[in-house]
Design a binder for this molecule. Sequence first.
Ligand code: NAP
Length: 275
Amino acid sequence: MDGTSSKQNNGILNFVPMKTLRDVFDLDNRVALVTGGSRGLGEEMAEGLAEAGCSVMLVARREQWLTPAVKQLKRMGFPCEGAVCDVTDPDQVTAAVEKTIEYFGHVDILVNNAGISWAAAAEDMPLDKWNEVLDTNLTGAFLFSQACAKHFIPQQFGRIINVASLAGLRGGMPEGLHYAGYVASKGGLIALTKELAAKWAEHNIRVNAIAPGFFPTRLTEPIMDRITPYIQSHVPMRRTGQQGEMKGVAVFLASEASGYITGQTIVVDGGGSAV
Ligand code: NAP
């Protein structure tokens, strides 16, 4: 191999230079919308996408985390704006996508990361809490995918990254760690990832998911003490995910580095699902 690749054109081979590794990870001039981008994993992935060249729109319900997160990215020199939006509300979702286009001119990458859980055993799970979790984690991702697809399809370009969970891939976690609504929503999100990938590939829209194991965030704070012994005994790497271990995966899935990957779920769990 000599750094070139060939393209067949009416039987004639034309040699075109192969893209460098830097080129395939480059996200210059791309616009990314990250739901739940005000803290935790969403904020980290937004930072990664910005570092790779994206302008970013952060979406969350509460200003108290959203405003500082936007300010922080701006301080780092990245083009960034925020939209207060509840992902369960179709009108607010449409407005957030429109606001992104108003600010940045287009939208190319969607990270469906907003998520919640409700701690109750399946037999005691209140129906309103089940619905709240499903509405946020699954329907919210669907609504944003739908609203963005209205722009992705005409421009024949789009990347969707759904933040699912290890909990969407397996049951049988220790009692008190994963809850029926959360597990069902994340399993549904992995299935939705495959369906949208299959249907929208013809529009140059790739749809993939990330399934994190355990990362210390506001979401997992209340259960961290309880899961530590589980992690130490069941996760081959014997630790939680650390800051910085989500951003590379997000950039990979958003960029041409993953150009032939769609409908897949990348598990980021220190090997927990491998044993
Ligand atoms: P987090 O720190 O609690 O962040 C959740 C984010 O989602 C916040 O920005 C929150 O902002 C936003 N959000 C929640 N409900 C929303 C709604 N209805 N509309 C708009 N935004 C909403 O949690 P995290 O751990 O970073 O979780 C991020 C994603 O990773 C979630 O989908 C979670 O299920 C997934 N995940 C996390 C872990 C982990 O170990 N941390 C593992 C597997 C999967 P507001 O509250 O202001 O709206």
